[in-house]
Design a protein around this ligand. Structure first.
Ligand SMILES: Cc1cc2nc3c(=O)[nH]c(=O)nc-3n(C[C@H](O)[C@H](O)[C@H](O)COP(=O)(O)OP(=O)(O)OC[C@H]3O[C@@H](n4cnc5c(N)ncnc54)[C@H](O)[C@@H]3O)c2cc1C
Ligand code: SF4
Ligand code: SF4
Length: 429
């Protein structure tokens, strides 16, 4: 196939998925490479999304389905780009497609194979709130709804014993231990990098007590607790899975000084958190502890004003790095400096940390493979001095969504449209 008819998209979050669909509709063949076993990216970790407070799964599932059914889009999950040679209009790309050990065409996603597996491990997708087996799907409703086997933990694959339990449980003969990792060579005219973000490890800020006090949660842990396909099926409970919190505090800008920039979305999703916590437990008393409020765009100020009127008491703290949390008689005491610089204390059952967004793990490696630069924070660098550019320093390679820096869903998708316009301009001229 003429390389100018093919585009490689790396990362299947909202930015990568939208770019892939637009390119397919413009008649291009797309290879969509995703390192995880499922597509959808970070948006599907959230129960709902601002500004419309709509269910994230309902927002993303039709896009995921369209991607998986689109004949122009070849989705390569559990895959990584290994090398990129050539030049704009004619890149030579090598992709490593790792063995899933489950035949995607034969599997019906019935889930009979997981319960029988004797090996358990923390489910990182569910923020470690529950466990998963050596054969697993990340969460209910994963797409593709096909499990993957962790070759390091599977007793059969790591040579511990001749375990056959998942094979026996599968009525559709979908388990396939003969699958091998595969190297795929493709030619592509252009590349869109949509590798997204991670959040900082909250244990790095010792005085906040994350990992030490069970009542301290990260924003993504709360997202999974609020999500109907999460570990508590949407019930808001403390870590024991039973206790309903009566009071909660959302601490803004967690780790902002560590990363050195504003994460752009935390103040807005904090308002959404207060809204849905109150919806789940109407009696709960919620506080937001903040220093600055970042409410960009036309929707977010209004959302914040409504939440402050009806759902949460906003408390100003003057010096975020002085805030600390201790546990006293099972309650969490938040010590902070108020607007007079005086130490104040607030006792709550639950604390939510809005952990800062940071570049996705593996960002230096993928930048190196693509031959493109990182900015001083470790995100993919776009052309300096060119306002709103999504072009990298290597012609024919574009950076979109949170791979380029923290942003919300609408801004991520706007960048995808811009990249697709650039790609079409390059390949059709
Ligand atoms: C707690 C929280 C709540 C939020 N709530 C909202 C909200 O309500 N509304 C809103 O508008 N925004 C919200 N956001 C922001 C929103 O999540 C982002 O705007 C959106 O996820 C950006 O999409 P993306 O595709 O750029 O990145 P991601 O969603 O991070 O997707 C990137 C994808 O790339 C994959 N990937 C990474 N590296 C590689 C690689 N080397 N090779 C292959 N694949 C790779 C990842 O596995 C992932 O699937 C929230 C953010 C946080 C942290
Ligand atoms: S073969 Fe591996 S994945 Fe299957 S049940 Fe046994 S340990 Fe689990
Ligand atoms: S591998 Fe078999 S048992 Fe497991 S989900 Fe697929 S069809 Fe069901």
């Amino acid at each position: 196939m003429d390389p100018k008819e093919t585009v490689l998209v790396i990362g299947s979050g909202i930015a990568g998925m939208e770019a892939s669909l637009m390119l397919s509709k413009a008649g291009k063949k797309v290879y969509l490479v995703e390192k995880l076993p499922l597509i959808g990216g970070n948006v599907i970790k959230t129960g709902e999304s601002f500004p419309n407070m709509e269910c994230s799964t309902c927002l993303v599932a039709p896009i995921q389905q369209e991607i998986l059914q689109d004949k122009n889009i070849e989705v390569l999950t559990v895959s990584n780009v290994q090398s990129v040679g050539g030049e704009a209009g004619n890149f030579d790309v090598t992709i490593l497609k790792k063995a899933r050990y489950v035949n995607i065409s034969a599997c019906l996603g019935c889930g009979m194979c997981y319960p029988v597996c004797p090996v358990s491990q923390p489910n990182n997708w569910e923020q470690g709130l529950i466990e998963k087996k050596a054969i697993y799907v990340e969460c209910a409703g994963s797409l593709p709804n096909v499990p993957v086997i962790d070759s390091k933990l599977c007793l059969r694959l790591n040579g511990t014993e001749e375990c056959n339990l998942c094979t026996e449980a599968c009525m559709f003969a979908a388990i396939d231990f003969s699958e091998q990792d595969e190297l795929i060579e493709i030619k592509a005219g252009a590349i869109i990098a949509a590798t997204g973000f991670d959040t900082i490890d909250a244990t790095e800020i010792e005085q906040l007590g994350y990992g030490k006090y069970p009542g301290v949660f990260t924003a993504y842990e709360l997202e999974r607790l609020l999500a109907s396909n999460g570990p508590t099926e949407g019930k808001l409970r403390l870590r024991d899975g039973e206790t309903k919190p009566e009071t909660a505090a959302i601490i803004h800008c967690t780790g902002r000084d560590l990363v050195g920039y504003c994460s752009n979305v935390c103040c807005s999703y904090a308002a959404r958190h207060a809204h849905f916590m109150k919806e789940k437990l109407p009696e709960i008393k919620i506080y937001d502890i903040y220093t600055d409020l970042c409410l960009p765009d036309k929707h977010y100020q209004k959302l914040n004003t409504e939440i402050r009127k009806t759902k949460s008491t906003y408390i100003y703290q003057s010096e975020p790095d002085k805030l600390n949390i201790e546990e006293i008689n099972g309650k969490l005491k938040i010590n902070y400096l108020d607007n007079q610089g005086t130490t104040s204390g607030l006792e709550v059952d639950m604390v939510i940390l809005t952990t800062a967004i940071k570049p996705a793990s593996g960002m230096p490696e993928i930048a190196d493979i693509l031959g493109i630069n990182l900015d001083k924070y470790g995100f993919l660098q776009t052309q300096e001095g060119s306002i709103g550019s999504i072009c990298t320093n290597r012609s024919g390679i574009y950076a979109v969504g949170c791979a380029e820096g923290p942003k919300d869903i609408p801004s991520s998708v706007v960048q995808s449209s811009a990249a697709v316009a650039q790609v079409m301009n390059l390949l059709e001229s």
